[in-house]
Ligand binder design. Sequence first.
Ligand code: GMT
Length: 378
Amino acid sequence: MKIGIVCYPTHGGSGVVATELGAALAENGHSVHIISYAIPFRFEPFRRNLTYHEVEVTAYPLFRYPPYDLALAGTIMDVASQHGLDIIHAHYAIPHAISGFLAKQMLNGAGTGIKLVTTLHGTDITIIGQQRVFQRVTKFGIRQSDGVTSVSHELKQRVIETIDCGAKDIEVIPNFIDTQRFRPDCCPDKRAHMAAPDERIVMHVSNFREVKRPRDVLRIFAAATQGMPARLVLIGDGPELGACKDLAAELGISARCNFVGTYDAIWELLPQADAFILPSDYESFGLSALEAMACGVPVVCSNTGGLPEVVEHGKSGFLHTPGDVASMSGSLRRLLTENDLRKQMGASARQRAETSFRQEKLLPVWEAYYERILSQPS
Ligand code: GMT
């Protein structure tokens, strides 16, 4: 198949999922074209069957806001006609599904049978899609797509309840993980640079937006590690980062915190952790939790959104109500102090990632889904 994948290039789960799906499809012999306004951060150039196309956005004195959505539609159309695309796969509804729809209309007017698949990732529905100005646009994008997928059952349910999708069926295809790249035994030499031998390592990876409750990460760590040698490694950047640094100082834990900033090769760092925290208000899926689990790291996270579909409470991690710092720190303390429990849960976490979310299992699901959409009448 010839597939055009449209995504955000920035540090965020949807861009990661889109790029890794593209790379895996290309590896399996499909011709894949990634379309974005910058190279996605997990994109590896010079791979067989995989090409990146940049959307050029024109600045013009008349344009106070350069029309990215139209530039994207035009780029999708160019790529589709030059390479004979069968499918446009838009990751994130706004604006990708709409630009994809526009491109499809222009192309099908020219006689192609190209199909549009939209994958909903979460904030496109829960935050952006709820803004009044975008509500009807999101609904339109969903209704006009030939296929719509959601990364969890919970997100699917939420879409059905909040958006009038018409008769549109939403297929749940969970995110997958490359369990050879994300594995427990990667880069052990990194650990010595991160912490003293007797220190436990707790990790958090996010884009430090409010929805992630990053300040709770610090509160949970401070409460859980009282009187214990431990270090908190925070990876990522975002609007809450400054407030987190202030809070670390206030809690008296600055010297035990490493604010790493954005780091792409997180599969090198995650295996060094003893526990991972993700206390978000909402996660449609929680890809960063799955990445930690694949590295054999048990997680302490919120029982919100799609996270309970990824983490089994008491087996591969602990799930608590968002904002319940006391319960989360209690569970974290148990993981850091009970060695057998930590090892057992780390092994279960790895097993969960391998059995339910490994790339080799879910890639054929995507291929079959594309085939099904392509076989539908236009
Ligand atoms: O969570 C983010 O900040 C980024 C966002 C995105 O769209 O890039 O992530 C969403 O999609 C990921 C991949 O499907 C999911 O793993 C995240 O849970 C989801 N984030 C939220 O729902 C808040």
